[in-house]
Write a protein that binds this ligand. Structure first.
Ligand code: 13P
Ligand code: SF4
Length: 349
């Protein structure tokens, strides 16, 4: 394995995100029920469906479900969007998710409650830098995580999400294909451990999962010996090592339901608790610690960019049909090839 040191490109963006989070919502005078009714009416008028990630506010997950939309992990969000007949998709999540929808459905209008919702993995993997890195290894195929820009996807041979990443790398290893993996180093390391494939790793991480602390998790486990530990593979290796189940958000929800344990310690964005609790109402969910000695928790188990989506900016987006995703057709066409390969590969599993 080879690691590259990249700079922290997102540092300038973070305070801006906090400012937006604190800005006052426009539709404050309406009750939640009134807002949901207005959204239902607007979705009908505009022939639109909502596709939301599990990490968004539970109000958004609720309204997506109530209106025939979808709440899921990154792979399922992409699949649902591509299979929808509606003219417009409202993608509640972060920008790469809106871009993925546009890549797969160029004829649909793709709107987002905010275009400011970034992802530290995407921000820390600029296409120009990845190009310099990959130029050193022309014999390798480039596999990128879905958490990347359309430009990066356009350079890649494969796009993949955490739910099928191990399977794809196993497949490539069988075919004797060496890979460049970008951008998440923790997910890359996890896959590498599992497959022992020949991988050169980019060095970026998710600011949310990076903060889970192994020592504090061990102490929590000690106090809750009957609990199962569920970990997203974007977490550091020491945290992954303590897991009973490692998986994508959908896989963790399934594990919560299927495992016999009555208690779950969960190391991923805590907004997932809404769906987990629905799937397994009888279970007790405990947030994995981001604190402990020497901890500098910025996100505290919740993605600040996912948190920028709310019912107010969703209403505003629907009324004004703003925050539309546009991708240059030349880039989109190239990104379609690597992204659609993921969709086709997933069908074989
Ligand atoms: P999945 O939902 O695909 O597990 O990915 C998590 C994520 O990174 C979303 O930000
Ligand atoms: Fe990106 Fe992490 Fe936020 Fe997901 S949770 S969007 S990986 S920063």
């Amino acid at each position: 394995m080879n690691k590259l040191n990249t700079e922290k490109y997102y540092n300038d963006t973070f305070p801006k995100t906090i400012d937006i989070l604190n800005s006052s919502p426009k539709y404050d005078s309406k009750t939640k029920e009134e807002k949901i009714n207005l959204i239902k009416q607007l979705l009908d008028e505009k022939d639109a469906k909502i596709v939301a990630h599990y990490y968004t506010h539970e109000d958004l997950q609720e309204v997506a479900e109530l209106t025939g939309g979808n709440v899921s992990d990154s792979l399922e969000m992409a699949r649902f969007g591509a299979n929808q007949a509606s003219k417009t998709l409202i993608v509640a999540g972060v920008r790469f998710m809106g871009e993925t929808a546009k890549i797969l459905s160029p004829d649909k209008k793709i709107l987002m409650p905010t275009l400011e919702a970034e992802c530290s993995l995407d921000l820390n993997c600029p296409a120009s830098e990845l190009k310099k890195f990959s130029d050193k290894y022309p014999e390798r195929e480039i596999v990128v995580y879905a958490n990347t820009s359309a430009e990066v996807k356009a350079m890649a041979d494969w796009v993949v999400t955490s739910s099928i990443a191990v399977k794809l790398i196993e497949y490539l290893k069988k075919e004797n294909i060496k890979v460049i993996w970008a951008p998440d180093k923790h997910l890359g390391n996890y896959i590498n451990e599992k497959t022992n494939a020949d991988m050169k790793l980019w060095n970026a991480s998710c600011i949310v999962h990076e903060e889970f602390k192994a020592k504090a998790l061990m102490n929590l486990k000690e106090k809750n010996k009957d609990a199962a530990v569920l970990v997203h593979p974007e977490s550091p290796a020491e945290v992954v090592e303590l897991a009973d189940v490692v998986g994508s958000t959908s896989q963790l929800i399934k594990a919560c339901k299927d495992l016999p344990h009555k208690k779950m310690i969960v190391a991923t964005d805590n907004r997932i608790f809404y769906k987990m609790q629905k799937a397994a109402p009888e279970k007790t969910l405990i947030e994995a610690p981001t604190g402990g000695k020497g901890a500098t928790c910025i996100s505290c188990a919740h993605c600040p960019w996912m948190a920028m989506n709310n019912l107010d900016n969703l209403i505003e987006t629907l009324i004004e049909e703003k925050n539309e995703i546009h991708i240059k057709e030349e880039i989109r066409k190239k990104a379609f090839v690597s992204t659609n390969r993921m969709i086709e590969f997933a069908k074989t599993l």
